[in-house]
Structures are given as structure tokens and as C-alpha cells.
Design a protein around this ligand. Sequence first.
Ligand SMILES: C[S@@+](CC[C@H](N)C(=O)[O-])C[C@H]1O[C@@H](n2cnc3c(N)ncnc32)[C@H](O)[C@@H]1O
Length: 264
Amino acid sequence: MSGFSATWLALREPLDLAARNKEVEAAFFEVLPAEAPKILDLASGAGSTVAALAGEKPDIQWTLSDYDADLLSVAASRKYATRPASLQTREIDLAANLMELPFDGVDAVTTSAFLDLVSETFLTQLVEAIVLSGKPFLASLTYDGRTGFEPVAPLDQELRDAMNRDQQTDKGFGPALGPKAAEQAIALFEARGYRVISGTSDWIIGPQHEDFVAEFLPGWVGAGVKQGAQKSRADDWLKSRRSQIADGAFNMTVGHLDLAALPA
Ligand SMILES: C[S@@+](CC[C@H](N)C(=O)[O-])C[C@H]1O[C@@H](n2cnc3c(N)ncnc32)[C@H](O)[C@@H]1O
């Protein structure tokens, strides 16, 4: 088990699917082989990348990787709107064994909601593996540090700053890049001669996402408190946000960046 439950990933998936940047995806699709591309997906969780891309390109042959066997089994057994051509899973601790993955044996590499968890050392190793194999890479939904609320409240910025500090703590790969991950990945790929197309993929959260926010906000505030936000003020902030949610008067955006890194 990882810290990511299948229930949580299912709650966020509709927001992820709506947010994904179609231009970035189109640039990635353009360089794939026309028929039956083999794609290696990193940190696949419950198969959100498959759910996102299968409709656009149903003949993908997927290899999903993650260290959470339960999530991989959800990914392997779930019913996708469009059934992929084939799907196999590989249980692997990416922090320890990244280089065991078959970068040379696939046509492309993908990931989603993952790069912000990793360290600079791991990201450099990953970019190196992708560049040496000459494969295109699609990284979707990397958190980029922007979080906004409507209506605004005095504590928003302090909580967001604290939360962003928490994003840079160790998530199993050493100190995480957090909000700096996508920009760092772009710089590393460009330095190796790759062409990078990037664009935002923000979550636009409104009254219709009440179940998601009920789960998301307490964790978000808790992480901020862990990083120094004052608990009593944070509790008041959450109480007031809960009443806005109940009134259908709460909106939030969470900034992400998608990027396609393509061999020259
Ligand atoms: C935020 S979830 C994203 C899952 C999926 N890509 C998605 O978009 O829904 C992060 C994923 O990274 C996986 N993960 C975290 N650390 C890992 C590690 N060291 N090795 C393999 N997978 C890891 C977790 O199990 C989880 O599935």
C-alpha cells in the first residue's frame, strides 16, 4: 500500500481528466508510431493515464508500473471507457529500481501526478534514462505551486506557502521538487536537446466537486499546519470554507503543468 488510496485516486480522476492539456497530448501523439504503440507508464496508480489516453488512441499496449500492488490490480481489472489493446502491470519501487524498467523496449513513456513527488537526483536519472533510449515522454498533472480560492481569505497565502513547503519534503525519493518539478524537468530535457511542449492543466474546482473538496481540504490544511501555519487559525479557515462549500459558494483552482518532451 502507498499513501494513495484507490478511493482518493477515483475522486480526483474526473478533475484530472478535465484538466489535462489537449495540445500537449496532441504533440505527444504526433510522434507515436501510427499503430499499436507500446507505452510504459510510471507510477500508474489505478490507471488514470490509461483512462485519459485510451479514448484518443485505443490501440496502445500498456505497461503500468507502481510499487502499490493493490492499485495496480485496480488498474488491471477496471473497465475503461475504451478498452486498451493490452495492459500488463509491473510492481516495482521506482526509487530503488528505476533502471530495471524496459525503456528500450517501448515506444514512449508517460506519467501523471508523479513528478512533483520526486527529488532532483531521481528526476535527473529519469530524464537520462528517457533521453538515452531516445523515447518521447508525456508528464501530466505536475503540481506547480499555484493554488487560488474564491472568495479570497486572509489566510489563503500563508496556508498555500506552508503547503508548498510540505510538497518539498521527502516523499520516498529524497527531498521532493514539489512545485519546481515541471520547470526542472523542462530544463533537463532541453539541456539534452529535447523539444518540450508544455501547458497548464489546472484543476477547476467548483460546487459540483463537494465530495472531492471534503476529502482534499482537511489534508491540504493539515499539511500546512505541519509546516508552521498556526493550527487555531487554520481550523477557523477550514470551518469557514466548509460553510461556503455547504452554501455552494466555494471555488478553488490548483495549478498543474503538463509537458511533452520529444526527441529532436
Ligand atoms: C498521486 S498518485 C498518481 C497515480 C496515477 N498516476 C494518477 O494519475 O492517478 C502517485 C503514485 O505514485 C506511486 N508511487 C509513489 N512512490 C513510488 C515508488 N517509490 N515506486 C513506485 N510507485 C510509487 C504511488 O503508489 C501512486 O500510485
